[in-house]
Design a protein around this ligand. Sequence first.
Ligand SMILES: Nc1ncnc2c1ncn2[C@@H]1O[C@H](COP(=O)(O)OP(=O)(O)OP(=O)(O)O)[C@@H](O)[C@H]1O
Ligand SMILES: [Mg+2]
Length: 268
Amino acid sequence: MLAHEMMNVLSPDVSIAESVAGILAQPNDVFDRAELAASLELMARRAGHLMKFVERYRAMLDMLEAIPTPVRMTEVAADLVRIVQARAPLPVFQIHVDPLDLVARIDRELMEQALINLLKNAVEAVAAIPDPRVELSIRSRDGATLIEVADNGPGLPVDPDTLFLPFYTTKPDGSGIGLAVARQIAHAHGGVLAARSGALGARFTLSLPNGGVSAEDTTPNAGYGRVPLEPAHKRLKIRTRPPSLEAWRPSRLKGAAGRRLAWIGTCP
Ligand SMILES: Nc1ncnc2c1ncn2[C@@H]1O[C@H](COP(=O)(O)OP(=O)(O)OP(=O)(O)O)[C@@H](O)[C@H]1O
Ligand SMILES: [Mg+2]
């Protein structure tokens, strides 16, 4: 792919350079300066594009090595709420962590980056929807960890295989790299990232195999968490059951998010 993109840029640039050189080599000085300047500018612009492409490609490959450690997934979810909220207010944002004390072996930084990419896409997909909803669910199933990001936007524009190609984008300012990076990160964890259009909108599922769950994930009677955000984007409601209350201490969310978050937890 890198070779393909380089050839796309370099071969026309070689032709342009040759014709500019040909014009300048003519014995008489009759040439259109503006035309030559435009040709050279075009070459520079295209070379600049190639440099950016190579940089982004290298950044993508650099991220490949995951160093997993046991991480409480509620903490990841809380981080994501903060990060995504800071970027864009979400009318309705739901998080489910099941069991609430789920601990998975992940490279936290990389995994958060992958999930930010998915959440950012979901937020962008619902931007023009009257009743926008985005959901993040992190579940433990038969020893695997399933992380899903779903939205009620328009659904996938193309087949999933095309969607994950680096630099595929339908957005005017998109770079088309978010999903490719997210998939690389899933692979670096020995997992997979799949996409499908659901009944409503798009659904991305990142599955981490057995290694995704650490030995610490043995707490019986674990709870179920739910964090719907009110339309005002200001209040965070949490409903949970013991022993999971601890994981969602409101003071922690309040302090770090720097927003007015309210604790409405219940302990049946
Ligand atoms: N939740 C979604 N709903 C609908 N289409 C989506 C969704 N997520 C991704 N897509 C489609 O997949 C394309 C590629 O997504 P990707 O995140 O790789 O790049 P991008 O969002 O266009 O740009 P960026 O690199 O800045 O994230 C998007 O342009 C969009 O067409
Ligand atoms: Mg994106």
